[in-house]
Write a protein that binds this ligand. Structure first.
Ligand code: SF4
Length: 222
């Protein structure tokens, strides 16, 4: 079985066996950018609490946030952790969006894909995963955001070795149909959290065990 056939098996299996839990949708690009900054180095529950707390006090708009002081943001986002760094990052990125992009990042999402990605990556605090989340979830672009769960699952299933973001992204974008990239991003994360866990993956009952050699080899690089 080649990699394309194996990935088709993974897609079919996860679509059937893993109930897709839709994330709380944020439809505005700047709000999603701020939510993603808050989510760095913490779990969903903590970052989502911080985002909602922040939203209750201030409109999540570049012209509003650019004029705040770190001490006005810090207590509101405490539950997300790293509040010193994140509060400064939020103000800096709000200023950049306001002055460099006239407060509107939607124009960036409409640029040719590589240019849009490059422009997003030029923003301080925006890494490849954040850029790809914005491009896919708001811009509807055919890119695959990769998180730590996806790295682990894809390594164990032997589609790739190592944690090179670009290599992993390009591999998955070749193997997964573009209209399924967002769904598979969510399903692979859920699968990684519930079944193919960092420690003690539940291999004996895993629905993918027939196409996974990891339990035999334990040749894990993560
Ligand atoms: S068999 Fe084990 S290692 Fe392989 S995908 Fe399933 S849980 Fe992960």
């Amino acid at each position: 079985m080649d990699d394309l056939e194996r990935m088709n098996e993974v897609i079919t299996c996860l679509e059937q066996k893993i109930p897709l839990r839709e994330p709380h949708r944020i439809n505005d690009v700047f709000s999603l950018l701020i939510a993603t900054i808050l989510s760095q180095n913490t779990n969903n529950r903590n970052s989502s609490r911080a985002f909602h707390n922040f939203m209750k006090s201030y409109e999540i708009k570049p012209d509003v946030l650019a004029n705040l002081k770190p001490e006005e943001i810090r207590p509101l986002i405490k539950s997300a952790g790293l509040q010193n760094i994140k509060s400064k990052r939020i103000i800096a990125i709000s200023k950049t969006v306001l002055y460099k992009f006239s407060g509107n990042l939607n124009t960036v999402l409409k640029l040719p894909l590589q240019k849009a990605r490059h422009t997003l990556l030029s923003l301080d605090g925006v890494g490849p995963k954040t850029a790809d989340i914005l491009l896919n979830f708001i811009g509807g672009r055919a890119v695959m955001p990769i998180d730590t769960n996806i790295f682990r699952v894809i390594n164990r299933l032997n589609f790739i070795k190592g944690r090179n973001y670009e290599k992993t992204r390009l591999t998955l974008e070749k193997l997964i149909p573009s209209e399924k990239l967002q769904e598979m991003h969510l399903l692979l994360i859920q699968f990684g959290r519930k079944i193919c866990k960092p420690r003690n993956p539940t291999c004996p009952t895993c629905p993918l065990k027939s196409i996974c050699d990891y339990p035999k080899t334990r040749d894990d690089v993560i």
